[in-house]
Design a protein around this ligand. Structure first.
Ligand code: FAD
Ligand code: GLY
Length: 404
């Protein structure tokens, strides 16, 4: 069989994950990354693998996808650690969602009821039960939900491992190499244009995170509705007396905002995150850092003494419905012919973007299923509901907001 020549735009966890699986299967793969691979949202993330804690009853398809991806994590970790010859910090201690006041407990109870309706494996705990699991929690914690099946991975280690595994399997990575344009000829993606010239491909994968809609060459009618959603974060150094093991999330009905605390095996405690519609602005703000520290201190008073190691902000690739956009762009037949763009379908173009708050969680299912789609043409049931065509009404992509 002829070797498929695939170009991937973007070297975050999504681009690297797909590239690794394709290269491993014998495809000829080149990733163009405009910066250093994996240093955008994939580096900024907290690494929580939390479909249960982040479950919203109005997003059942996304919850299902998250649970399916989480179920594939053990295999993913074994395979990636073997190919990369390095650990990626996968931990299975679970998540505690805690409330601190009566109003928080009401909201927590509401979430617990919704989780039970969804059939999720979660447990209601008193404040004392929660402190038995995590003694550093504040005496003000009144109640908690224990999501024992929500796990975590060190996303920065995963970035490094993916890059190593991808290159070890023969994948080519061009860093500091921006894709200026996707070349589309007669409704077929034929390659990409970089500063170095035109590069031909059998398949082009758009995995450019929150920049996916910015790249030239895409007809407006199929430009994926993705925007940046800023998240400010910081890392503290855990010291004796505050050795947190479980991921802790607060649920706050009023002020201050909800935060999460994610303990890493190397002693770092990641605290996040704000959620801000600020375009591509990644500046840290006094208010953002203040809110994070205050939220963390209220749940775990001992953080007051901990040294600050790092502060940063990243941009989540948020889609119109918070779910990823995966697979081919819609076929012409699925459109009303009166659509404003005469040729809204593009052959040989695959989308893998819009993973929003769950991109680390969704990396395995995205990588396995998009690689399968490219290699065999088979669209799995798991990702079928997440194609771009869900946003079309009467042949026109509904954007709902000027940002999308
Ligand atoms: P990115 O990592 O952003 O990668 C896209 C890449 O494309 C970038 O490296 C960029 O430089 C490159 N690129 C863009 N345009 C071009 C171009 N024209 N040419 C070449 N390259 C280009 N998810 C979880 O599952 N759990 C979490 O706990 C979690 N926490 C998060 C916390 C924060 C603060 C943030 C910001 C995100 C968090 N996420 C989390 C979400 C997760 O990080 C993202 O969904 C995921 O990293 C998206 O991966 P990606 O590869 O699509 O995007
Ligand atoms: N999933 C955590 C975040 O996006 O902040």
């Amino acid at each position: 069989m002829e070797k498929r020549n695939v170009i991937i735009i973007g070297g975050g966890v999504i681009g690297l994950g797909i590239g690794w699986q394709l290269a491993k299967a014998g495809a000829s793969v080149t990733i163009y990354e405009r910066d250093k691979a994996g240093r955008a949202a994939s580096w900024a993330a907290a690494g929580m693998l939390a479909p249960l804690a982040e479950a919203h009853s109005e997003e059942p398809e996304l919850l299902k996808l998250g649970c399916q991806s989480l179920a594939r994590y053990p295999q993913w970790v074994r395979e990636l650690e073997a190919d990369a010859q390095m650990p990626i910090g996968y931990r299975v201690e679970g998540t505690l969602i805690v409330g601190l006041e009566a109003d928080d407990t009401d909201q927590l109870r509401h979430l617990y009821t919704a989780q039970q309706h969804l059939g999720l494996d979660v447990n209601w705990l008193t404040g004392r039960d929660a402190r038995d699991i995590e003694p550093a929690l504040s005496p003000r914690v009144t109640a908690a939900i224990h999501c024992a099946r929500d796990h975590q991975v060190d996303n920065r280690l995963m970035v490094n491992a993916l890059q190593r595994a991808y290159q070890a399997c023969g994948g080519v990575l061009h860093e500091n190499s921006i894709v200026e344009r996707i070349a589309i000829k007669n409704g077929v993606a034929t390659g990409v244009q970089t500063e170095g010239g035109f590069h031909k491909a059998d398949v082009v994968v758009l995995a450019a995170g929150c920049w996916a809609a910015e790249i030239e060459g895409l007809p407006d009618a199929i430009r994926p509705p993705v925007r940046p959603v800023k998240g400010q974060m910081l890392a503290l150094q855990m010291e004796t007396g505050i050795a947190i093991k479980t991921v802790i999330r607060t649920i706050r009905a009023r002020y201050p905002m909800s935060v999460y605390l994610v303990p890493r095996s190397d002693g770092r405690l990641i605290v996040g995150a704000t959620s801000e519609e600020m375009g591509f602005d990644t500046r840290l703000t006094a208010g953002g850092v203040f809110e994070l520290l205050r939220g963390a201190w209220e749940a775990v008073p001992g953080v007051y003494e901990l040294p600050i190691l790092e502060t940063w902000a990243g941009l989540r690739p948020g889609s119109r419905d918070n779910a990823p956009i995966l697979g081919k762009v819609p076929k012409l037949t699925s459109f009303a012919r009166a659509a404003p763009c005469p040729r809204p379908s593009v052959e040989n173009l695959i989308l893998a973007t819009g993973h929003y708050r769950n991109g680390i969680l969704l990396t395995p299912i995205t990588a396995y299923e998009i690689a399968k789609l490219i290699l065999t043409g088979e669209l799995s049931e798991a990702i079928a509901p997440f194609q771009l065509d869900r946003f079309f009404v009467g042949g026109v992509l509904q954007r709902n907001s000027p940002k999308l």
